[in-house]
Design a protein around this ligand. Structure first.
Ligand code: SAH
Ligand code: SF4
Ligand code: F3S
Length: 483
């Protein structure tokens, strides 16, 4: 959403406002002036480049940061080499996400040596870990601004502090109950958008670091959510993705509690909105009420991401997932019965501490029974501070690798078979992009989240088109536009 606020009308000579978001708009106006001065000094506009790691939450947070950067006068570039401001929005859910950031910082240091105007900022989940910030303070002094997941709304203020002081600015909050509304944001796509409905997570799955770095669960007020979507729709958006770590527990912490199913019904009413997606759904909280709402909805897409993590009831218990294999399979059965066209996707962790061959076979069994249209498979990664990190019986690498390969093979076989089912059908797709590989082709997304490539012009982007699914290529289709 673009808040068309003219920063030049804000008085920055007076005292700093103490309420939000006014305070941040004051700092944006100040930043804008400082950026203008710098830009005059160099004789060209200043450029920024942001890199986002991790999940949709981070992607959405980056849009908010880019919204502020654009408003204060930075132009976007894809190349770090030509940027005067580089921001990494980090993820720490698995160790490899974490390591990549350190690797890239080494490269940024070299770039900064060549460009004296360059500023480097780090934010996101990794910054919520005390040992990470210590390491940065000690060995990465060239980083200019460090902030976490709870105070993204303060970005303009922190940047202003840095521009005025020349010192490393660090601001990390342990947790927050605050949700600041009405800040600017820049969307990646004009026709679809992610909308946060809640922040944080209360589930504490024993392997997962997210509750520690994203804090306790907080739901946004339904009125704010609806207003945001209405504004998005008036700005050309036809599809929204409602975002939360566990959308099914939406509304529990509100003064006027409301269920996720009730929220969906309100979103459904928004005129002009065509498609609704949401993620992630925790199986333990997926209610019959939600199944009914999905079944009757004209807008909710026929895709549900329902992470299972493991098929073994024994492992699920140690993971603190609060459902077992039977309960999960029963839920899937009820979903499929209510919506025979529903495409299910999942997340699976291989090699959780103590996982035996028998446990793993249970996971394979679930995969065979559910027949996912796709699945994200992860090798268990030990995250310091989580209960699973101190569990004995961490699984040897070669055993994990073998299980991982077997799982992947099964998933690929099943998802290819599942995809085949739609061959020859005519479906409505939302055109998202021109096809990078074949000239003159565009790519559309089906309601069930599958992609189809077909001949078409760039002008079709953002529109709904009926396409015939001619040939299944495993995880996507080649098709043609029906007139
Ligand atoms: N809130 C979502 C998932 C968020 S994290 C849910 O509950 O499903 C995304 C995925 O990363 C998880 O579903 C899990 O499969 C994976 N993941 C989380 N922690 C992990 C770890 N320590 N090692 C490997 N995979 C992990
Ligand atoms: Fe992590 Fe579990 Fe929360 Fe998902 S529900 S974010 S896996 S703790
Ligand atoms: Fe990563 Fe944070 Fe998302 S740890 S997966 S970016 S909530």
């Amino acid at each position: 959403m673009n808040y068309k606020i003219d920063l030049d009308t804000i008085d920055i000579s007076g005292s700093v406002p103490t309420t939000e978001p006014e305070r941040q708009y004051y700092y944006m106006a100040k930043c804008k002036k400082l950026i203008e001065e710098k830009s005059k000094e160099i004789g060209r506009p200043l450029r920024m480049c942001t890199q986002t790691f991790g999940c949709q939450m981070n992607a959405r947070d980056s849009e908010k940061i880019v919204g502020i950067l654009e408003l204060i006068g930075y132009q976007e570039t894809e190349k770090e080499e030509e940027a005067d401001f580089v921001l990494y929005n980090t993820c720490t859910v698995r160790e490899n996400a974490n390591l990549r950031v350190y690797g890239r910082l080494g490269y940024l240091k070299k770039l900064k040596e060549k460009n004296p105007y360059m500023l480097i900022a780090l934010c996101g989940c990794m910054m919520q870990e005390a040992d990470v910030v210590e390491k940065l303070k000690k060995s990465y002094r060239f980083v200019d601004v460090i902030f976490g997941t709870h105070n993204i709304f303060k970005f303009a203020e922190l940047l202003c502090n840095r521009l005025e002081s020349d010192r490393m600015v660090i601001d990390i909050w342990k947790d927050t109950t605050e949700i600041v509304e009405n800040l600017p944001s820049e969307r990646k796509y004009p026709f679809k958008a992610g909308v946060n409905i809640m922040f944080g997570c209360n589930n504490f799955c024993s392997y997962c670091i997210v509750p520690y770095v994203r804090g306790r669960e907080r739901s946004r007020n339904p009125k704010d959510i609806i207003r945001e979507i209405e504004l998005l729709v008036s700005d050309g958006v036809v599809e929204v993705m409602l975002l939360g770590q566990n959308v099914n527990s939406y509304g529990k912490t509100l003064d006027d509690p409301m269920t996720f199913a009730e929220l969906l019904q309100e979103v459904e009413k928004i005129e002009g909105l065509k498609r609704i997606r949401f993620m992630t759904s925790h199986p333990k909280d997926l209610s019959d009420e939600l199944i009914e709402v999905m079944r009757h909805s004209k807008k909710i897409c026929t895709h549900l991401h329902l992470p299972v993590q493991s098929g073994s009831s024994r492992i699920l218990k140690i993971m603190n997932r609060r459902y077992d294999k039977e309960k999960y399979l029963d839920l899937v059965e009820r979903l499929k019965k209510a919506m025979p066209d529903l495409a299910l996707t999942t997340d699976i962790i291989v090699g959780f501490p103590g996982e035996t061959e028998e446990d793993f076979l249970e996971t394979l069994d679930v995969v065979k029974k559910v027949r996912y249209s796709s699945a994200y498979t992860f090798i268990y990664s030990k995250r310091t501070g989580t209960p699973a990190a101190s569990m004995e019986e961490q699984i040897p690498e070669d055993v994990i690798k073998d299980r991982f390969d077997r799982l992947l093979e099964e998933i690929q076989k099943i998802s290819a078979e599942e995809a085949q089912k739609d061959q020859g059908k005519r479906v409505e797709v939302l055109v998202e992009d021109v096809n990078e590989h074949t000239e003159g082709y565009v790519t559309g997304r089906m309601s069930n989240n599958m992609l189809v490539h077909f001949k078409g012009e760039e002008e079709l982007i953002g529109t709904f088109v009926t396409v015939s699914l001619d040939e299944c290529k495993g995880f996507y289709y080649m098709g043609h536009k029906c007139d």
